[in-house]
Design a protein around this ligand. Structure first.
Ligand code: ADP
Ligand code: MG
Length: 304
């Protein structure tokens, strides 16, 4: 089970300086030249703006011991779009997210953020521009909801008034009761823990949200409630989102781009209708039709 480690939350204070981000918030970045805007990173002819993608996997592969979890895979995550990585258990979805956020290193290929390869010199700073949330929340059990949510901002020496204001925004956004902020994760319900995990992921106003089965562990009623709220949060914030799920209907509900994986490879990247109507392989057709009951397209129009 993956969880945040103290090391991930460390900040290398002497390296950092502040550069402006969205909505007037600031995060620490080691070197302004290290991470440029997509336009600055483009290398096309004059006048042409090439999309470098906000995040790109370029022929990235990953093995654990001798097992190839991800074969060389390329994927471009465009700004302000929402993607769902779907596929059967073990097909490499979480591995993709861990590579994007730099928790694991590729064996070959490159992960790029704003066109720049992730490496030791920029990974911690890039991580601060990505919000990451996992299935069981991955909260620190010894920190309260407030402590978990504000940890990174405190490490970055945000002023208390700014931390408090951001926390108020986030409790409003996620409908987390202010009275729950002093509780520890064990004293919160599963749904509340995921709201805290979401607040923590959003605290630094990241450019991209990486959500690894954020609702899977919840019971069906709470899951449905949070699906609706999460979608509304996505609509409000207009962030780039990569969401892992094994539920095709949930994928379609949240995402405009679906990436269906199988055994460490992308089998098809398409919108929902194309997956249903023009499956690229027998596997895709089977994956889609496993869910077929009253008629998948009609069913998804009523979901959730
Ligand atoms: P998914 O998220 O699609 O269920 P993962 O990306 O977690 O799949 O894992 C892909 C494959 O790699 C699985 O077979 C899994 O057992 C294996 N795997 C994942 N993490 C490790 C690890 N740390 N050590 C060994 N094998 C791993
Ligand atoms: Mg997984």
């Amino acid at each position: 089970m993956l969880s945040y480690t103290t090391r991930q939350c460390e900040v290398d204070a002497p390296l950092i300086e502040k550069i402006p981000l969205q909505k007037g918030l600031h995060v620490a970045v080691a070197d302004q030249n290290a991470i440029q805007t997509p336009q600055a990173a483009s290398a096309g002819p004059p006048g042409e703006i090439l999309s470098a993608g906000l995040v790109r996997l370029d022929a990235v592969s990953k093995s654990y011991d001798h097992f190839q979890a991800l074969h060389p895979t390329s994927l471009s995550i465009e700004e302000h779009r929402r993607y769902a990585l779907i596929g059967p258990s073990g097909c490499g979805k979480s591995t993709c997210l861990r590579l994007i956020i730099g928790l694991i290193k590729p064996d070959s290929g490159q992960v790029l953020f704003h066109g720049h390869p992730l490496d030791e010199s920029n990974i911690r700073q890039v991580r601060q521009r990505m919000g990451y949330m996992i299935q069981d929340g991955g909260l620190f059990p010894h920190l309260t909801a407030r402590g978990n949510t504000t940890l990174m901002a405190r490490q970055l020496n945000w002023e208390q008034t700014k931390i408090d204001a951001r926390l108020r925004e986030l409790t409003d956004l996620t409908h987390f009761p202010a009275s729950g902020l002093e509780r520890f994760p064990a004293e919160l319900s599963g749904g509340q823990r995921q709201r805290v995990a979401l607040m923590r992921a959003l605290m630094l106003d990241p450019e991209v949200l990486l959500l690894d089965e954020p609702l899977t562990a919840l019971d069906p009623l709470i899951r449905r409630e949070l699906q609706i709220e999460l979608k509304s949060i996505f609509d409000t914030l207009r962030k780039t989102v990569v969401l892992v799920t094994h539920d095709l209907i949930e994928a379609e509900y949240f995402a405009d781009g679906l990436v269906l994986m199988r055994q460490g490879r992308i089998e098809q990247q398409a919108d929902f209708r194309s997956l249903v109507e023009k499956p690229a392989s027998e596997f895709v057709a089977e994956f889609v039709h496993m869910l077929e009951g009253p008629g998948l397209l009609e069913q998804k129009e009523q979901t959730p």
